[in-house]
Design a protein around this ligand. Structure first.
Ligand code: SF4
Length: 190
């Protein structure tokens, strides 16, 4: 089994999601909440025109689009893999969303996964990633991705494999508010 950013996002929300869904095989009906929305109007003309402008602003010297990348642990499709003028690389992802003055943890986790994949596939350093919020006039947000950020998702992937491989029942999330509307709340032993 290879993991996707969605598996990592679910695990980070609550490790028991991994156990209930992938060890016991009980589907999550609210799964849609964790699906990372893709920018469906990526083909929109205005956005196409803006893309070159955005890349110039970033200092990208080369771009690869729609890259499906894998390594030994995870897989994912990156909208753009950019080579920057300092020789590092960066993932760029379009979001069909408005920017609400903060970066959602799900988006951040997704970029961390992409940074890991880019490092493993291209052997280049990744120090930052970019989000483009299509519904906020293509607002460009730069996100710092240090080595620690990638270690976070590596650790999560290792734990997911441990839970699935050993049928191990993990600790509950420490954020109790998350339990209130959880699909699994009636079967989850606290
Ligand atoms: S009820 Fe709480 S601890 Fe149990 S799976 Fe849901 S979020 Fe996690």
């Amino acid at each position: 089994m290879s993991l996707t950013p969605s598996h990592i996002i679910q695990y980070l929300y609550c490790p028991r999601f991994t156990y209930f869904e992938y060890v016991l095989g009980i589907p999550q009906f609210e799964e849609k909440d964790f699906k990372v929305k893709k920018g469906r109007e990526v083909h929109d003309n205005k956005l196409e025109q803006n893309k070159e402008y955005l890349r110039r602003r970033i200092g990208a010297v080369y771009k690869l689009q729609d890259q499906y990348l894998t390594n030994n642990s995870i897989r994912g499709q990156v909208d753009e893999v950019l080579t920057l003028n300092d020789g590092t690389m960066a993932p760029l992802d379009y979001k069909f969303a408005e920017y609400k003055d903060r970066i959602y943890e799900t988006y951040f986790t997704q970029l961390k996964c992409y940074a890991w994949l880019i490092r493993d596939n291209f052997g280049k350093e990744v120090e930052k990633g970019y989000l483009v919020y299509v519904r906020s006039n293509n607002k460009l947000i730069e996100v710092a991705l240090d080595k620690g950020a990638v270690e976070d998702v590596k650790k999560a992937a290792k734990e997911i494999y441990r839970i699935i491989g050993l049928n191990y029942y993990p600790k509950a999330t420490k954020y109790k508010a998350r339990c209130l509307n959880c699909t699994y709340r009636n079967i989850c032993v606290k």
